[in-house]
Each structure stands twice: as structure tokens, then as C-alpha cells.
Ligand binder design. Structure first.
Ligand code: ARG
Ligand code: ZN
Length: 839
């Protein structure tokens, strides 16, 4: 029997735990195959949950002994935990268990990576370490003792003695962490606003200490920013970060001991791109910000995950915008939202920002919970204003510090701080699906009226939609500065009076709500906004809409590339009053996946290969249109002095490399030269990609490998670029060969994602009409499921677009999913994902 039959966990079934935990004392005797963990836990009956049976979670544990108040007990043990008769009053539970970190390939609980011990307990990993009420609403202070020969022994809180730690802040078990290894630290100091001296350490493998400076700097900036913007200070004497090579996700906010995937810590100019630096800055900030939004205030249960994740993503986006450019940050955030969240929301994996049921909570660390969760907070802020937001957040920290809170608590602080009724707004947390917002307009006697209609294909009730609108006169002047319309009805109209002529509207400025705007706009109007809009987001959006319009015409009517688009882009890219980073973004075409979804929405069955060819043709036309100006433009953008990852220099490189990529469609020599001469990974990788994209990558592929074969993080890039950029006809074969490469280690999640995940993102290759791409991915998911269910289940989302495609492809995708579903002993993680997609 598989785990597929497990009954789901439901939001409405929430009940508090029978007991409160006053204190936890943990002792670890670390050993690769026989670690002993002794837990001494002080329980006391929970006054609000009287008379419930005593149940402790526990999985894959060998119980050595258990006592209550020193007297041996014999609990009743199952696959998921134990029950035991307990005294009516307070008591001390002690249990010793044995676990085997070395054979823990799921990378959840206590496991080993390159000879070091580390943990990942969110969401439900602590139950693989000891018997415990492993749920976020049970919070306690922890003391930890670690015995091991390795030199560096870390846990949460403040250090007491060698291998001894004490965390005074009550926390749920998912925030527990332990690390033991032969590590070196790059350290710094930070003084908080109220004068606490904090020691900062970034712990890495020996040899990596030269790549920690940026992470340390990002940490200091995050700490300062949270004090200045949210009034939040750090609350321990040390803040430790550890980089781990084998990690299922990006990073983890364990109290005082953040554990990171090493790709989000380590950076040097020759090995990390500007994008890597930006990710490191964002993720360091994200995990640090969790100290308040997640740790000091945690979640009552896992249905409330967006309470900490949506808010913390929102905060890290604000931070990155402050460190860089708000306009560019917003465009990048919306690109991610649309690529990942809109896709999820429009397929079989759609779920509300606050889900109401799950089989395996690890499957709900999704773009909907994270990115849409952040958008919902952005809307809330737009509706209540900056001051309202600030008073609500102050009240939230004040009222809920130390709590395990809910979305109701969160909305209540906004209601109490601002007096606003958020009953309807709450639907953003409850209803799945992306609302479609259609618009028409009328103009009469100087009055311009916008008529909106909202429809959510996955939910019945109208949602509150803040629509930021500006109006431009036909000569390009702004006649109505940005105004936020508040739509609450299914159909609603808004008028602007006293206009001399019919204006051109700029709608949903700054992407003021996560909706799909449906409006019949001529290419000429898009081109007008591309030139004149004063809102940078909408200016970029106009270019994108024009590109989509043109690509659609190429695909559906066999049209030639749109000269309006080519001219508009050519003007904009040469406008040196505009930020180069912004100009680089306007050169980006809608992705394969974006085009497939738009065609599908327009009632056209997408063919990935045709999309691939149309995009390539348009890129060729852009190159031809810009050809002559590219060399001078690129020369003018050459940064001076040594490499620096700051936003200004990164922006110049982004534009310079976007132009290189176009230029390579005409001539491969400049990219080859840049590849050979590059003194930083951004430029080297950009040249490598440019050459791969035009099928001229053979030499540089070999050269790059020779240069970087000793560097695990750079080698991940080498694998990922080849699988994701392989030409459609060869993609499966290339991916297959790379999965046979001596450096392919399928047990390492980063490497697996580079090869198998990289290939799954190569839309034309993955969707090869033979079905070979589907089979390749399915075979690997079946293999990985036995080893690491969480990472395997996550990647199964490659199949979530099935419904878009033609009947033949659908049948092949379905067959691949059914093959996965039929695997004996399929994990609960994968069973849930595949089940939802096959429904
Ligand atoms: N809380 C972490 C973060 O977003 C994510 C950890 C998720 N891990 C997991 N196994 N589900 O920062
Ligand atoms: Zn997070």
C-alpha cells in the first residue's frame, strides 16, 4: 500500500495541544549511524484543551528508554508517534532515542552533508529527531548539549559553553537547529539601536571563507533596515548562518542559527553572477526578517503559513527595492509572480493563499503562499495607506509578540488600527484563482468612464481590487496622476470629469493587484504608453504587451515581426535618461511559458516548438533593427574599475549583456571574445548563454567545464544552462548525456535541479512531441522519490500545464504521471502532487 490513502489534514479540525511545554532540554551524542538524543521535556496540562489524550509525534525513531518523573513508562508506539498515560498535573517526560543521520537522504530532520551534521525541521522534521508535539503552536525555551569530536558545535540561542546552547525565546520545534562540523567562520559585529552587541558568524566549509563577505554585508544591512523601517531589533548575542551543500530549499530561519543552501551564501566576482548577488541579498534579508515575522510571532498551524511567508517576502521585496531600484524590483517581482504563481493558480495545483487542506505540508511552500501572499499584503498597504500600514504593523508586533497567530489575528490588527472592514478583503486568503479584470471605456462631454468587470474562473465571489489608474492626454501629458480605485463589485464604473479630450488610460499601475487585465488595446496604444507612461512599471508592461501582441500575430496569422515594437524598443533602449537595468528588462521577451498560457487563454492550443521559433525570429529581427547601434551602446555601458555587484554596475552589465545576446544572432565573435576575456561570472555566463542560444556553444561548453570543473556551484550553472538552452531537437539527448556525466550527482538537490529541473524549463525540449522529454523527467522523479520525496514532489510541477496542450501531448503527459502514480511505495509528497494533477 502507498501512503496515498492518508486522510488529509483540515484547517477546520484545528484543536490546541493537550499540554503546554515549559522547557525542553536536549542532549545529542552525535554518530553517523547511531546518534543518541535524550529529551527532557516539562509538560503541564493546557487549561484550554482539557482532557485530550497525550500524543507525541515521532517518525523513524528507535526508542531506547522513556520515563515520566523518573519512572520508566511503556508508551504505545505507531509509525507516526506515541501515546502514553500521563499524570493529571505537570510532569517531566524523558526519552532517549537513536537515529541515523547518515542514511537520512530525505534531508529532513538531522542529516549529514559533506561530513557535517545539520538539521532541517520546518515543517515537520523535528519528529524525526525525538518524540515531541511537533506543531507550531507549542512553544518552549530550549537548552541543547552536543557531544561530538567535530570542532564547531552550534544550536539556537546564546552560547553557554562548548557544545552548549540556551535559547531563552520560546519557539516551536520547527525552528530548532543543530550543526556540527569542521567549519570556519567569517565574522563581524553589529550594535543594535538599543546598544546590544551582536556577534555575526557565517560558517562555511574550509576553502569557502573568501566568498562570504557579501552575505555578511547583506546581513548587516538587513539588521539595520529592519530597525529603521519596522522598528525591529535583534534579540540574541549571536547570529549564526551556516552554508550547507545538500539542502532541499533556499534557506531556513531557525532561531539564531539560519541554515542556508550554500548557493545563497557563497559569492565571489569570478564565480557568482549579479543575479546570484541579488538573490543572496534577498534571501539573507528574508531569513533575518523572519526573526520577527515568523519566530517572535509564529503560526498557529501550517494553514497559516502565509502569515509568516507572505509577510516576510513582502518585507524582503521592500528591502531589495530600497537597496536597489523600486521600479526594477517591482518588474522583477511581477515577472516571478506571473511565471510561477499565475501558472500555479491557473492549473490543477491552484489553492488559496491560506489553504484549507493538505496531505503533505511540504507541498504547500508554493508561489501562491509566498508570492501571492506578499501581493495580498501589498494590496492591503495600498488600501490602508502607508500610515495605516505602519500603525497596523506596530499593533501586530505589540499585540502578538510571543504568539502563534492566525490570518484572522493579522486582519484584526488592520481593522483595529485603521477602522476598515476587511471582511471582503479576506477572500484574497480564501479563494484560489487569478481574477480576470476586463475593462471598457466611454467618453462623453469631458467625462471619461472606465467600466470594469471581474471574474475569477476558480471562485464565485467578487474580490476587493485596488486599481491604480493614471490618465494621459493624447500629446503624452499626464492629466490624471495615479489614483487608486477600489473595486468591490462584480461590475463597477469609475468616472473622471473635466477632460478636454479622450485620454489614454494607464491601468493597474505598479501592478496594483495580482489580476489578469483583459482589454482590447491597439498596438498603437501600447506603443504610445511605451513612450509616454510616467509609471515605470506600466511603461515596461506596455512594451511587454506589444511584444506579446506581435508574437501572437506571428504565431496565429504568420505575421512578420511588428515594426511598431521594433521601433519602440529601439528608441527606448537608446534613451540614456533611463536606468540601464530598466532598459535591459524592456528587452526581455515574454517567456515560452508565458506565451503558451496567453495563447491558451485566447483559445489557441499552444505548440511549444512554434513558440520557440517565433521568439527566435523576433529576437533576430530585434538584432537586425538594433544591429548598428549595439557596439557603441555596449561600449558606453562598459563599467570602469574592478567588478562591483552594486545595482548601478549590475544594471549596466544587464543591458550590455542583453545587447550582446541580440548581437550574437548576427555575429558570434563578440560573445566569444567576451567569454574569453571576462573577469567576472556575470559576463562570462552571459557570453556562454548567448552562444548556446544560437547553437554555437560547443567550444565554450568545453572551455567552461575545464575552467570550472572543481567548483560545485559554478558547475551547477554549467549543467543548468546546457539543459535549459539546448535546441529543441537535441534537448532530450543533451539532458540524457548530462545525466550520465561523471559530475552529475542525483542525490544533491542543487545538481538534480540543474539537470532535470533545467531540462523541464526548456519548454520546447520538454514538450517534444515524441513524449521523450516527459519520460526522461518522469523516470528521474520516480528514482528520486525513493530518496528525497520533497525535492522530487516539487519538481513534479513540470507537468501542471497539461491541460493547455493538444490531445497527443496531454495523453503522453498523463501517461507519464500515471507511471509515477503507479510506483510502489510512492511517497505521500508525490502521491498528493500527482493525484492533484491527474484529477
Ligand atoms: N521557512 C523557509 C523560508 O521560507 C522555508 C523552509 C521550507 N522547508 C520545507 N522543507 N518545507 O525561509
Ligand atoms: Zn520564509
Amino acid at each position: 500500500m502507498t501512503n496515498a490513502a492518508t486522510s488529509p489534514t483540515l484547517l477546520r479540525d484545528y484543536t490546541p495541544f493537550s499540554h503546554l511545554v515549559d522547557h525542553v532540554d536536549l542532549q545529542f551524542k552525535l554518530h553517523p549511524t547511531a546518534t543518541r538524543v535524550t529529551a527532557r521535556i516539562k509538560f503541564r496540562p493546557n487549561p484550554v484543551a482539557p482532557g485530550q489524550g497525550f500524543f507525541l509525534h515521532g517518525e523513524q525513531l528507535k526508542l531506547i528508554h522513556a520515563t515520566i518523573d523518573g519512572t520508566p513508562v511503556s508508551p504505545e508506539i505507531s509509525d507516526t508517534g506515541l501515546t502514553c498515560d500521563v499524570p493529571d498535573g505537570p510532569f517531566t517526560w524523558e526519552a532517549e532515542v537513536e537515529i541515523a543521520p547518515e542514511t537520512n537522504t530525505a534531508l529532513e530532520g538531522l542529516y549529514m552533508s559533506n561530513g557535517m551534521y545539520c538539521t532541517q525541521c520546518e515543517a515537520e522534521g523535528f519528529r524525526k529527531i525525538t518524540y515531541y508535539p511537533d506543531r507550531p503552536d507549542v512553544m518552549a525555551p530550549f537548552d541543547v548539549t552536543i557531544e561530538c569530536d567535530l570542532p564547531v558545535l552550534l544550536s539556537n540561542g546564546n552560547p553557554v559553553a562548548s557544545g552548549q546552547w540556551s535559547d531563552p525565546w520560546p519557539k516551536p520545534a520547527y525552528l530548532f537547529a543543530l550543526v556540527a562540523g569542521d567549519l570556519v567562520a567569517v565574522s563581524g559585529d553589529f550594535t543594535t539601536a538599543s546598544g546590544r552587541e551582536v556577534r555575526l558568524n557565517i560558517w562555511v566549509r574550509r576553502g569557502d571563507e573568501g566568498r562570504c563577505d557579501y552575505a555578511l554585508d547583506a546581513l548587516k544591512r538587513s539588521m539595520r533596515w529592519d530597525e529603521e523601517v519596522y522598528g525591529r531589533e535583534y534579540d540574541l548575542d549571536v547570529f549564526n548562518i551556516v552554508a550547507v551543500d545538500d539542502f532541499n530549499m533556499g534557506a531556513m530561519e531557525n532561531k539564531g542559527l539560519n541554515i542556508f543552501n550554500s548557493k545563497y551564501v557563497l559569492a565571489s566576482p569570478d564565480t557568482a553572477t549579479d543575479g546570484d548577488y541579488a538573490n543572496i541579498e534577498a534571501i539573507i534579508a528574508h531569513e533575518y526578517f523572519h526573526n520577527w515575522t515568523g519566530n517572535r510571532i509564529t503560526c498557529r498551524d501550517w494553514f497559516q503559513l502565509c502569515l509568516k511567508e507572505g509577510l516576510t517576502v513582502f518585507r524582503d521585496q521592500q528591502f531589495s527595492g530600497d537597496m536597489r531600484s523600486q521600479a526594477v524590483q517591482r518588474i522583477e517581482d511581477v515577472l516571478t509572480l506571473r511565471a510561477r504563481q499565475f501558472r500555479e493558480d491557473n492549473g490543477p495545483l491552484a489553492h488559496p493563499v491560506r489553504p484549507e487542506e493538505y496531505q503533505e505540508i511540504n507541498n504547500f511552500y508554493t508561489a501562491t503562499v509566498y508570492e501571492k501572499g506578499a501581493e495580498v499584503i501589498g494590496m492591503l498597504k495600498r488600501l490602508v495607506g502607508d500610515d495605516g500600514y505602519k500603525s497596523a504593523l506596530d499593533l501586530y508586533f505589540d499585540r502578538h509578540d510571543g504568539d502563534a497567530a492566525t490570518i484572522e489575528d493579522w486582519l484584526n490588527v488592520f481593522e483595529d488600527a485603521t477602522g476598515r472592514d476587511l471582511g471582503q478583503f479576506k477572500r484574497w486568503y480564501q479563494q484560489p484563482g487569478t481574477p480576470r479584470l476586463s475593462v471598457s471605456e466611454t467618453f462623453n462631454n469631458g467625462t471619461y468612464t472606465l467600466h470594469f468587470e471581474q471574474e475569477n474562473p476558480k471562485a464565485p465571489h467578487p474580490q476587493v481590487i485596488p486599481i491604480a489608474v493614471g490618465l494621459l492626454s493624447p500629446n503624452g501629458d499626464e492629466v490624471q496622476p495615479t489614483d487608486v480605485l477600489e473595486m468591490t463589485e462584480t461590475r463597477q464604473s469609475f468616472s473622471f470629469e473635466g477632460l478636454a479630450s479622450k485620454p489614454v488610460p494607464s491601468l493597474l499601475r505598479g501592478f496594483s493587484a495580482p489580476v489578469i487585465l483583459q482589454r482590447n488595446v491597439t498596438a498603437a496604444d501600447h506603443a504610445f504608453l511605451l513612450t509616454h507612461d510616467t509609471d515605470p512599471f506600466n511603461r515596461w508592461e506596455a512594451g511587454r504587451a506589444l511584444a506579446k501582441h506581435g508574437l501572437t500575430a506571428m504565431l496565429v496569422d504568420g505575421a512578420a515581426p511588428d515594426p511598431l515594437y521594433l521601433d519602440g524598443i529601439a528608441t527606448l533602449v537608446q534613451d540614456d535618461t533611463l536606468d540601464p537595468a530598466f532598459r535591459a528588462l524592456t528587452l526581455g521577451l515574454p517567456s515560452q511559458d508565458d506565451m503558451a498560457q496567453s495563447l491558451f487563454d485566447a483559445g489557441v492550443t499552444p505548440d511549444p516548438l512554434s513558440i520557440y521559433r517565433a521568439r527566435k525570429m523576433l529576437l533576430g529581427a530585434m538584432a537586425a533593427r538594433l544591429g548598428e547601434v549595439i557596439p557603441d551602446l555596449r561600449a558606453a555601458l562598459t563599467p570602469h574599475g574592478p567588478y562591483s555587484p552594486d545595482a548601478e554596475n549590475a544594471g549596466k552589465r544587464a543591458l550590455r549583456n542583453a545587447l550582446l545576446s541580440l548581437q550574437t544572432h548576427l555575429d558570434t565573435a563578440p560573445a566569444s571574445q567576451q567569454f574569453a576575456a571576462a573577469d567576472n561570472m556575470t559576463d562570462q555566463l552571459a557570453a556562454f548563454s548567448a552562444l548556446l542560444q544560437v547553437g554555437a556553444g560547443a567550444d565554450v561548453t568545453a572551455a567552461f567545464y575545464d575552467q570550472w570543473k572543481g567548483d560545485r556551484l559554478v558547475l551547477d550553472k554549467w549543467f543548468a544552462l546546457q539543459t535549459s538552452l539546448a535546441p529543441p531537437e537535441q534537448a532530450v539527448e543533451i539532458a540524457r548525456d548530462l545525466s550520465d556525466h561523471a559530475d552529475f550527482n542525483w542525490k544533491n538537490p542543487n545538481r538534480f535541479r540543474s539537470v532535470i529541473g533545467g531540462f523541464a524549463m526548456n519548454a520546447a525540449g520538454f514538450h517534444d512531441p515524441s513524449g521523450a522529454g516527459y519520460d526522461f523527467v518522469a523516470d528521474w522523479l520516480i528514482q528520486l522519490d525513493g530518496l528525497n520525496p520533497q525535492t522530487a514532489a516539487r519538481m513534479s510541477t513540470a507537468f501542471d500545464t497539461m491541460a493547455r496542450y493538444d490531445a497527443d501531448r496531454q495523453a503522453l503527459m498523463r501517461a507519464a504521471l500515471e507511471r509515477i502514480a503507479a510506483k510502489p511505495d510512492l511517497s505521500r509528497d508525490m502521491a498528493e502532487m500527482v493525484g492533484r494533477m491527474l484529477k
